[in-house]
Design a protein around this ligand. Structure first.
Ligand code: AHM
Ligand code: MG
Length: 393
């Protein structure tokens, strides 16, 4: 249905999420609000990314991030956007960002009744306790009025607790606001990665609420700032891709029910670290280039931006690897906001994601910035790689 070249009934990301929500009668709409707010950040990052060269946003901001890496201005901006949009959505209780050393806890709103509470009325006022009939002038003692106000305030305090709890929200979001920072200045694709958990108990969240295996996540996804801006999202029911139509500022469903084909023909790894790979990884990669008779060689692609490399793997099939190296013995990529969300997407699309020993989504995280090796992609390719690891490592 098109009029004047404009689709009049398009499936926007928000519409898609609202439709999903209608399948859950208990849904409050918070998840939709969370995503809508986060998409504002994504759109702003997409816009800033395109303007970075012009606006001179690129360049070193003069600070290093918590991992001792250079922080670029666009990283800082993206982080602020994500935090501010997620906070103001009033749907989250905790955030974990690659750019922040500590987790960010949502504070309750204060100030509604912030005055100090007066002491009990004491014995200076008298009790009249007179009965009144309709029409009679109301004769209320200071004491009665005060008790009434106190009760009203207690009731409101209770309500305020409820309201504050509602405003804090139950969702926990982990994110890398701008992944692939080394690619910013040379205008190569970069992305935002996010994972969403739900707090399962009343009251304040604790860090244990975010140190949970990826299989407990309720949603994950990424935004890719490439030749177009795309959001790939899974809410645990398959994977869908939405492309930003800049003329209307909306994400439109362009890649419904994305599947990673069972076998691909591309491997993606930083070959510069080949010397420090395990025997299993070395043999697996060698045999991509020197296959046994009758098998085809694999092509090699490596952008160096996880979002771009994973997105290509999802679309075209193949395998992406960031194994342990000499300088990063546990791998480089972060479990909570890089490995787990990508593993979630990949599995939802029919692919696999592993450390080489364990399924990524089964890992019990122990620290918010912990790293993990990762191998993900087409099912048969990952299985074949695992067979080399099993044989040689
Ligand atoms: P970043 O969070 O500092 O941007 O680093 C993460 C990026 C990933 O996007 C990418 O897969 C990886 O680093 C590339 O690392 P390397 O340059 O060692 O191959
Ligand atoms: Mg990163």
């Amino acid at each position: 249905t098109k009029q004047f070249g404009i689709e009049t009934d398009s499936m926007t990301l928000q519409r898609y999420v609202i439709q999903g929500q209608s399948k859950h009668p208990e849904a409050t709409g918070d998840f939709t609000n969370l995503l809508t707010s986060m998409l504002v950040a994504v759109k702003a990052i997409a816009s800033a990314t395109q303007k970075a060269g012009l606006a001179k946003l690129y360049g070193i901001a003069g600070a290093t991030n918590v991992q001792g890496e250079e922080v670029k201005k666009l990283d800082v901006l993206s982080n602020e956007l994500m935090i501010n949009m997620l906070k103001s959505s009033m749907t989250t209780c905790m955030l974990v960002s690659e750019e922040n050393d500590d987790h960010i806890e949502m504070t309750l709103l204060n100030g509604l009744f912030s005055g100090s509470r007066p002491n009990s009325p004491g014995s200076t006022t008298t009790q009249r306790g007179t009965k009144r009939t309709a029409g009679e002038a109301v004769d209320v003692s200071i004491d009665e009025l005060f008790r009434f106000c106190l009760k009203l305030r207690n009731d409101l305090d209770k309500q305020r607790g409820y309201v504050e709890e509602r405003r804090r929200g139950n969702y926990i979001v982990t994110f890398d606001p701008l992944d692939g920072s080394s690619n910013i200045d040379c205008l190569v694709s970069i992305g935002t990665i996010f994972g969403i958990y739900k707090k399962r108990h009343p009251g304040a969240p604790t860090v244990a609420d975010v140190l949970r295996p990826g299989k407990e996540m309720v949603a994950a996804g990424y935004a890719l700032y490439g030749s177009a801006c795309m959001v790939v999202l899974s809410t645990g029911d398959g994977v869908n891709g939405f492309t930003l139509d800049p003329s209307i500022g909306e994400f439109i469903l362009t890649h419904p029910d994305m599947k990673c084909k069972p076998r691909g023909s591309i491997y993606s790894i930083n070959e510069g670290y080949a010397q420090t790979w395990s025997k299993g990884i070395s043999e697996y990669i060698r045999t991509r280039k020197e296959p046994e008779a009758g098998k085809k060689v694999y092509g090699q692609r490596y952008v160096g931006s996880m979002v771009a490399d994973v997105h290509r793997t999802l679309l075209n099939g193949g395998i992406f690897l960031y194994p342990p190296t000499a300088s990063a013995p546990s791998g480089k990529l972060r479990l909570l906001y890089e490995c787990i969300p990508m593993a979630y997407i990949m599995e939802q699309a029919g692919g696999l994601a592993t450390t080489g020993k364990t399924r990524i989504l089964d890992i019990q995280p122990t620290a918010i910035h912990q790293r993990s090796p990762i191998i993900l992609g087409s099912k048969e390719d990952v299985e074949e790689c695992l067979s080399y690891i099993e044989k040689h490592d």
